[in-house]
Design a protein around this ligand. Structure first.
Ligand SMILES: Cc1cc2nc3c(=O)[nH]c(=O)nc-3n(C[C@H](O)[C@H](O)[C@H](O)COP(=O)(O)OP(=O)(O)OC[C@H]3O[C@@H](n4cnc5c(N)ncnc54)[C@H](O)[C@@H]3O)c2cc1C
Length: 456
């Protein structure tokens, strides 16, 4: 619209705008089920947030680890051991970034899990720890793993170390900007405001895009029916998860081998927040985040998966009776498959044990979105896999348009197509503008008269 084009339709499968930006009303604010932080200040979303006055503080990505209250109930965990472990891990982030920066071969070859395992083995070898202590460190290592897995929405056994070089927000390393209790709701409203409602077709899922090689125009099938209009260009912004599952049905003719390779090799992972609401907090009002630390061999012989995956619960600063639990990697799948009843029961049991307090009630409410079950999203965001790094595939490969006679016809936007800000709302926003520019450049080159008419 800024470029003077008004002849477009936005087909959205859901009944709302935002997709993976999803602000759920709660009290006088919004719980952000998806995007909440802004990465870097050198980008248009930061500028919008600044203008709207919804920026909170700059926060370290590791704040929830650095300021965590380690809850371990009456298990025999020594504070000195926690400190020892945190001293060991505090150096790893910068070490891994230095490898990514200076040693490309190693960075492309190793996953985060592999490189950490080497360091962890060294850590265990250099001290003469007891079995009990080792079990405590294993619990702490789970917290460390989940920091990486949540940050990158990845199972860390496939997450490439090279991601630390490829991803770049041009800002302070390991720091992003928090938004206030309105946050991304205000950003979405601001972006949507100038777009007339008539441009949106909600609850319209595009099943197929058929490119006519003679006319260069496209027909779309939605909800099983061919739409009456034909289009000169289509910009696809489906998540990489949707493309992975449905690309073979979505495009006629099929996508090129190179495109399919990128779709298959670039990672699309899981990370989600589950909000637990209690009437009143059972945690101290000084708590920033809680890191439950059930230890195998102490609390019981074997931990279940929920205990292993529940590693971080952050207090929502403007709703201090709510904890936001973060799950990633296999943890995301696990909680998406649990009923609300199970979640309430399991979290209360864990908290009772970790706070040594049988009086902690079940949470009153669970607020969550089951992203992996939503066929229009199918996960959280993209990441760089080891196989992608080894194949030297950049996220930007996903942005290559389908062309006809050298002209772009089907274009691709969305976070997973941005070469350095994949994963983020900023990357998604920039990629949309990039593809709008591509369309308008092509149109203006080939339709000088009608384009002029369009801007008049
Ligand atoms: C838990 C979580 C936390 C996050 N935290 C942050 C954060 O703090 N900061 C940040 O910058 N980013 C964060 N993100 C990532 C950010 O939300 C996404 O990168 C961004 O919103 C993706 O935008 P997009 O336009 O690429 O895709 P989407 O938001 O997925 O939009 C694509 C839209 O296309 C629709 N669609 C898909 N297929 C079809 C079809 N066939 N027909 C019609 N419609 C279709 C979908 O319904 C969706 O609305 C987070 C994400 C999650 C899940």
């Amino acid at each position: 619209m800024e470029l003077g084009v008004d002849d477009f339709v936005i087909y959205e499968g859901l009944d709302r705008i935002g997709g993976r930006i999803h602000a759920v009303p709660y009290k006088d604010g919004f719980l952000q089920m998806g995007a909440q932080f802004i990465n870097g200040a050198q980008n248009p979303l930061y500028k919008i947030a600044h203008r709207l006055g919804i920026l909170a503080d700059a926060v370290s990505d590791t704040a929830h680890v650095d300021y965590a209250f380690y809850a371990y109930g009456n298990q025999q965990v020594k504070q000195a051991d926690i400190k020892l472990f945190l001293d060991f891990t505090s150096k790893l982030d910068s070490k891994y970034r230095a490898i990514a920066e200076n040693d490309e071969i190693t960075a492309r070859r190793y996953t985060l899990k592999e490189i950490f395992t080497l360091d962890y083995m060294d850590f265990l070898k250099t001290h003469n720890f007891t079995t009990k202590q080792k079990n405590v460190f294993d619990s702490l290592a789970r917290s460390f793993r989940s920091y990486w897995e949540f940050e990158w929405a990845a199972d860390w056994s496939t997450l490439s170390l090279h991601v630390l070089k490829e991803w770049n927000d041009y800002g302070t390393v390991c720091e992003s900007f928090a938004t206030d209790k309105i946050g991304f709701k205000a950003i979405l409203d601001d972006i949507a405001e100038p777009i007339s409602k008539s441009h949106f077709q909600f609850n319209t899922r595009i099943d197929n895009i058929q490119l006519n090689s003679t006319t260069g125009r496209m027909k779309l099938t939605a909800n099983g029916q061919t739409l009456p209009s034909e289009f000169d260009y289509v910009i696809v912004t489906s998540s990489l998860g949707v493309l992975k599952k449905y690309h073979h049905l979505m495009f006629s003719p099929p996508l090129s081998r190179q495109k399919i390779e990128a779709i298959e090799k670039i990672g699309f992972g899981g990370s989600c927040k589950v909000f637990f609401e209690w009437d009143k907090p059972f945690w101290s009002n000084k708590t920033y985040s809680i890191a439950p630390l059930p230890v195998r061999g102490m609390i019981r012989d074997e931990l279940d998966m929920f205990e292993e995956e529940t590693t971080t619960l952050q207090v929502v600063d403007w709703a201090p009776n709510v904890l936001s639990a973060w799950y990633a990697g296999r943890g995301h799948q696990l909680v998406d498959n649990m009923s609300e009843g199970e979640l309430k029961f399991k979290i209360a049991k864990l908290m009772r044990e970790m706070y040594n307090n049988e009086d902690i009630p079940l949470p009153k409410k669970v607020i969550r979105t089951q992203l992996t079950k939503n066929e229009l999203l199918l996960g959280s965001y993209s990441y760089m896999t080891q196989v992608q790094a080894l194949s030297r595939i950049s996220h930007s490969q996903l942005s290559m348009p389908v062309k006809l006679d050298g002209r772009p016809k089907i274009l691709f936007a969305g976070e997973a197509t941005h070469h350095r800000l994949f994963q983020t709302a900023v990357g998604a926003f920039l990629s949309g503008r990039r593809e709008a520019d591509r369309v308008v450049n092509d149109w203006s080159k080939h339709n000088v008269t009608s384009f002029k008419k369009c801007i008049q």
